[in-house]
Design a protein around this ligand. Structure first.
Ligand SMILES: *Cc1c(COP(=O)(O)O)cnc(C)c1O
Length: 444
């Protein structure tokens, strides 16, 4: 067996890959990367059009991020977050608070997105038990239909995608689940604002029916990623924020996929702040793009009000007894600081917003493609949804087929059910390389 064959064999038989049927596994093995391009062990190059699963924001081997990590390596790679800290991590917390504003003044670091959501869930739960009043009945989370917040049992409980949940059903806790606020699936006669009203009424009813029982309302901001890049009607998130404020409920926004500039704003919920109104989430969860796709780090931002509920003398037992070994890791924080430098400097949100408009136009042009049911995008984040092949009627038959086809032409995309997410690094300049291949695969 030659070296390459051996690697492929080990990768299929020893490495257990995420979300993969290992009996049929056949993945790329990447040797190195530069900018938006990945090169495999045989020297073949692929455009990384899924940003290494939604997290690589500025391409690979970004000089600023590389340098920040190297400089940090010259100091220390890791110090624990339990009773210790590091200037790089402290600086990142300060800067995240600065860019978040809106009363989000405290940052809890963890290693991945699911953990950031778990942190918010547990903080919210404990919060109610440490403020005056009897809130013991608050044991449920209100979540959106088709939600996805990660793969730990807590976040799977919040999730609403049955193919991820079914197997573990007996282990999951009960949640209150509303409908999936999908602006593209609406009766012909209803406008987007009418459909928004409809969903908000449904959520108002659920909140009223479960008054005093809800720990927190949990929602992905604007786009429900794993649901298939489902876009909420304009005004929905702001309306949901309003419902929470009126009723004194806590709101957790999951910005893991959409935050850190991906949609042309620092946070996707800013798209809902039209007319000068500001949203006021109690928790914002960040992950994925936070380190530009370099290192595992996530953050849960919260308000002074939540923070203060946890203060007291040690014997009162109000501390948050939760932590992750690598929470606040300085190497990852160095990457995070470099990402903020890029978003506030060389790359800049204005440029991403401008590119996003061009990207959206290119995406729209795929609408007439073979088998295409819908095309949606926001900023540098898009999805192509396919009709299900009536002969096969199997989830993802068409999206899988197209992904295989474009791979042959040097574009790496990964299907998600009947949708192909398209989200190249936000710095991709050569749209032609991507959209020519996509158009051809869709017979355009
Ligand atoms: C990816 C994702 C998560 C989970 O993040 P991990 O780092 O994979 O644990 C949570 N929420 C959303 C919206 C995501 O897209």
């Amino acid at each position: 067996m030659d070296q390459i064959e051996r690697l492929r064999w080990l990768d299929r038989t020893v490495v257990w890959h995420a979300f993969s049927q290992m009996a049929e596994y056949d993945g790329l093995i990447i040797e190195e990367a530069q900018g938006c391009w990945l090169t495999d062990i045989e020297g073949k190059s692929y455009l990384d059009a899924a940003s290494s699963l939604w997290c690589n924001m500025f391409g690979h081997r970004v000089p600023e991020i590389d340098q920040a990590i190297q400089e940090q390596l010259g100091k220390v790679a890791h110090v624990t977050n339990l009773g210790m800290s590091h200037p790089t991590t402290i600086r990142l917390a300060e800067r995240l608070v600065e860019v978040a504003g809106r009363g989000l003044e405290h940052v809890f670091f963890a290693g991945d997105g699911a953990s950031a959501v778990e942190v918010a869930m547990k903080m919210a739960y404990q919060y109610w038990r440490q403020i005056p009043g009897s809130h013991g009945g608050r044991t449920k989370y209100l979540t959106l239909g088709d939600a996805y917040h990660g793969d730990t049992l807590g976040t799977v409980s919040l999730g609403g995608i049955s193919r991820f949940q079914k197997m573990f059903e007996p282990l999951l806790f009960e949640v209150v689940r509303g409908p999936c606020p999908d602006r593209s699936r609406r009766p012909e006669a209803m406008s987007e604002s009418e459909v928004c009203e409809y969903y908000l009424e449904e959520y108002a009813k659920l909140l009223d029916a479960h008054a005093g029982e809800i720990v927190a309302v949990v929602a992905e901001s604007c786009i429900q990623g794993a649901a298939g890049f489902v876009m909420q009607p304009r005004g929905f998130l702001r309306g949901l924020n309003q419902l929470c404020r009126e009723r004194g409920e806590l709101l957790i926004l999951d910005e893991i996929a959409v935050g850190m500039g991906r949609t042309g704003k620092m946070f996707a919920f800013e798209h809902e702040e039209f007319g000068g109104e500001r949203l006021s989430p109690d928790f914002v969860c960040l992950g994925k793009g936070l380190t530009g796709g370099y290192l595992a780090m996530s953050a849960t931002l919260t308000t002074r009000c939540v923070w203060e509920a946890f203060l007291g003398r040690r014997e009162e037992g109000k501390a948050f007894l939760h932590g992750h070994t690598y929470g606040g890791n300085p190497l990852a924080a160095a990457a995070g600081n470099a990402v903020l430098d890029l978003l506030q400097g060389r790359v800049g949100l204005e440029l991403i917003e401008k590119r996003g408009i061009e990207f959206g136009k290119r995406m729209e042009a795929l609408r007439g493609g073979r088998g295409v049911r819908d095309v949606r995008s926001l900023g540098m984040m898009g999805g192509i949804e396919f009709h299900r092949d009536p002969a096969e009627n199997r989830v993802g038959s068409e999206s899988n087929r197209i992904c295989k086809k474009v791979l042959n032409d040097g574009v790496w995309l990964r299907p998600l059910g009947d949708v192909i997410p398209v989200l190249p690094p936000v710095v991709l300049e050569d749209f032609e390389a991507l959209f020519r291949v996509l158009a051809s695969a869709l017979d355009l």
